[in-house]
Every structure is written in structure tokens, then in C-alpha cells.
Design a protein around this ligand. Sequence first.
Ligand code: ZN
Length: 380
Amino acid sequence: MRRIPRFLPAIVLGICLLLPCSTALSASRAAGIPGGIVTSRRIVALSFDDGPSAYTPQILPVLHAYRVHATFFEIGAEVAQNPGLTRAVVAAGDEVGNHSYTHPDLAYLPDAAIRSQLEETQATIRAAAGVTPRWIRPPYGAYDSRVAGIASSLGLRPVLWSVDPRDWSLPGTSAIVQRVLYQVRPGSIILLHDGGGNRSETVSALPIILHDLQTEGYQIVTVSRLFGLAPVPACDQARADAWFGAAGVRPIHGHAIYQAWLRRYCAGVNYGPATSGEYALGRDIAQNFARTAHRVEWNRKTDEVGVRIIWSWAAKVFSARGIQPIQHAPITHAWFLQFYKGNNWGPALGAPRSRDGVTSQRFRYGSATERAGKITWARG
Ligand code: ZN
């Protein structure tokens, strides 16, 4: 399925040669996307961007020789060209992440294009290697709340990096090695590139980096493994608190619900401000959040925290003008799905109308048309 809009450049390989990949890093950091974890343990994640390419098969045996695994953030269009390379990465026990389909700056794209960039890459990697990525690394580290919302609706967690030797600029093998060893700290994520241009220096630097890190006592792991050890990465707490309390509800730092909310916020998933205080819900303590009508529930006995969608909330929005949702009607169903993905088409302005096998319904911010089970949305 090709759903990439035509205005996107078909080929953007090597773009990292022209633009520093870390341009937008500081801006994204401010939004709370992790580039590592806080730990005193000597453990780091190793990651490769912009592949797969002909250099990928040169990297896999080096990782194997040092008995380490890495995360490869792959470009969907490259996977489509070389599905066997993605299969080889997975077969070697390494992790594959999503790096968009054609490497655009996602923050400049309309929502539908962001979604297709991410979705198409997920589908291409799944078709190539039978795995579904859990992590998205946005090209250039460029990110905003729309990208975060769309990524989270696809089950993707955003992640950046904290060690960037700029290997793509071909500074020489020894410069790559020295920069990594100088910048690395416990909990870092190291960024290297296995695609997008000539990566011979990266390939030469890799065994030296791995040898020296291991000599210094570092354990080298995938991104998933790193975050599995410390699920709450460091992120901007003042900013997080401002989000949490934007609707006037004060965050209570010691409480489990706030902690659960913060964990997701720090991973780039923002449920929006709290719209209620904590309240008792059966055996649980619950609290409501604005974004896509989520309710976080904490079971005090088991200490488990769950997130549920409040269906009645969506139904209230749908029927605000007095038009009730018709259960099992395709347009109603599609409207609800959109709502939970953060796309609110507003209340229904009229009942669905059918003519010649085509059903349509008007909403505050657009209209939906159903033809043979297929729904199309139009704004306005
Ligand atoms: Zn990249």
C-alpha cells in the first residue's frame, strides 16, 4: 500500500550528509523525549540509523563477535528495497526500530502524512522480518506533540540519543571512536549510521568502540533492554507538571497515578492535563485525563496501574447536538476510532443519510462518507 503523498521527496537518502542529524535535538529534548536513562550502572544502548544498506551485513558480524545487540532504526523505503537485510538484522537477534518511510522532518508534515510515514514503515518491516517495531526515532530528532500523539496511537515510543559522534560527516575512524568514548556515560544511547551514504568509517570504528567500552566495563544493549532496566527516564519535570496541571489540577508527585502519567509523558506519550482529582473507583484509585479521554487507574493492593478509555466520554461528544450514535453503523464506528486516536470530528450535525449505496453523515469539523464499507473523511 502506497499512501505517501506525492509532494514528499521519494528519495531522501544521504540527507544526513547535508544536514546535521542532531539539528532539532535540543528542541525535542525539551518536549521530554528520552535520549538515555539515569543510572549509575555502566550500561549503554547502541543504535544505528538510516539503514538497511550494504554496510548493514558488515556490522552484524562485528556485533556478534563482541556478543552485543543493537537497535537499528530503519527507513521504510530502504527496507522495501532490501527486505533480506532487515530479516538478517532480526535473525541476528538485534532490534529494529522505525525511522519513518522517506526520512522527512515529521514536524513539518500534515497529520495524515505523519501517520502514513509511520504506518507504512511498520507494515514494511513487519512484512520483511515478521517483527513490529516498538520505538520510533524521528529523523533529525524533529518532533512535536502531533507526532507524539500519532506515534503513540500506533504503539510507538519515541527515543533520541545522547552520544553523537557525527559519523555521517566522515570525520575519520579515530575521531568517531574518540568522540564516542569522550561523550559516553552510564545510561547513554549511542547514535551511529549504517545507511545514508559511505559508512566505511563507522564499520572500521565499531570494533574499536565495542572493545574499548567493554574494557571500561560497559554492557552494550538494545534500546528496549536499556529502558527495561529503568522505565522512568530523566525528563523535564517542570514542563511535565505544567502539562499535568494545565486544567487546574495539582500534580501529587508521590502518587502512583502521577508516576504512571509521568512515565508515559517522559516516553513521549502525552495524555494531556488531568481533568479530575484522584477518586475511588471500586477497589482502584482513578483519575481522568483530557487527551483522547483516558482514565488512569491504580490498584492499591497490587500496585498495578492501568489505562482505560472512557467510552461514555466519546459518546457524549458525538451526541452533543442531540444526534445519538447508531451502534455498529460503520460511520459511527469510524468516528469513535478517530476520536481515540486524538482526531475529534466533533458532534454529529445530522443523522446518517443513504442513497445509491453511499451513506454520509455530517459532523462539526467535517463529514464522513461510506462506500462499500470504506470510509472517507472530508474536512469543513
Ligand atoms: Zn536519520
